[in-house]
Design a protein around this ligand. Sequence first.
Ligand code: GDP
Length: 473
Amino acid sequence: MNQDTICALATANGMGAIGIIRVSGNEAFEIVNKIFDGKDLTRVKSHTVHYGYIIDKKSEVRHEASEASSDIIDEVMVSVFRAPKTFTTEDSVEISFHGSPYIGKAILEVLIKNGARMAKAGEFTMRAFMNGRIDLSQAESIADLIASENEASRKVALNQLKGGISKEISLLRHDLLNFTSLIELELDFAEEDVEFADRAALKNLIDHLKTKLGSLLESFRYGNAVKNGTAVAIIGKPNAGKSTLLNTLLKEERAIVSNIAGTTRDTIEEVLHIKGHPFRLIDTAGLRDTADEIEAIGVRKAREKVAGADVLVYLADAGTEDFAQDIDMIRSLWHDGVALIICLTKIDEVIPTKLDAVEQVFRGALDYPFDFIKISAIENRNIQELKNELSSFVEELQSEEGNVVITNQRHFEALQKSLDSVVRVEEAVQSQITTELLAYELRNALEQLGEISGEFTNDEVLGNIFSKFCIGK
Ligand code: GDP
């Protein structure tokens, strides 16, 4: 393929022991050769590393006249990768230099002066995709892998990079394609009233697709928990101990702790990792009816946060005489789809015999399932139990080890549309609708699946995906 040669800094912008500049394209070797004082890179073996200097030849004429006319920019190691076994499938060079942003910039300038151009955002990965080395879901997984901040997201992204999703999708497409071809064959012989595609087999295929697509869609709940974190709203009346608990969980004093009712005015979000999974802890303003304008905004926000939370951790102060207000609050905040954990706080302040009685009060009053944990944030009692409870919420979402997990909204939407088409195929078969319509819906389902791997994606979608990458990726 005739590709111009692009270059960019591949390491983070800033000072480091080493910086790496990537060069890729038809003239990668020739261009780097012109600025490299060392071996002739056009003649070295692929996948080898070479020591030398990057030089800026001021002008050909002066260079011929004197050695000193070449300015040495840096002492470097140059890695040579010959097409097609490279990241982009093109001839590529990686220059490792002493990691000063100034040196990096100077090397990029001489590369450009000698015929390379600056790469656009995501252009290296886009070339890998365009040249057919990876499919679109794999290209996206590279961005996810780079952005991964915990064990779970690293694992899921790596599985996607290794082709986990691609394989699953291509199996589904393969079955669907066979059938679509048979149905389309029927269309060609429409007048002869023949059935090439066995309708009973089609029914089986539909069932299989529905199950598969359904479980892929279901995995998005776990995928979302991995990628965006599980949203945990920490709620309770003012002074229930929300900020103290948050601080204990995070082991750092970020939230403001105070015993003046209503000091946690706004919401605070912090990320806590438990067993490799991220949890977004949302501390909220104390919930109570209040005339205080600013605090009322806080309360409204709290209600909004609970509406979007996966887990509601409700804190009730063990020292409370009457829990009616807390119970009312839980009733008004609880909604379907949110897991509820009630924490009785400050248990160090009350006699142990009271605790079980309090639990019975809550159990008697609320008829939905919840976990009840008695904690002392100050004495660090049962905090681990609370963490285990949170962790088990995510573990339950996780399907068997090794299964493909959908983490990408774009994939989720494509799968959903594909499932919709499959359901319409099913309806079409049941109502013995025309073969044309059947073929149309089958094609739709196929195209939706093809969008995930990039076979049916338009330029706008591609531009959108790669523009979110950074330069050098
Ligand atoms: P918030 O308004 O719900 O955020 O409550 P805070 O976390 O600010 O706590 C209110 C008061 O209760 C503070 O004086 C805390 O020191 C105290 N407190 C919080 N947790 C505990 C606990 O586990 N044991 C005891 N004895 N006091 C606590």
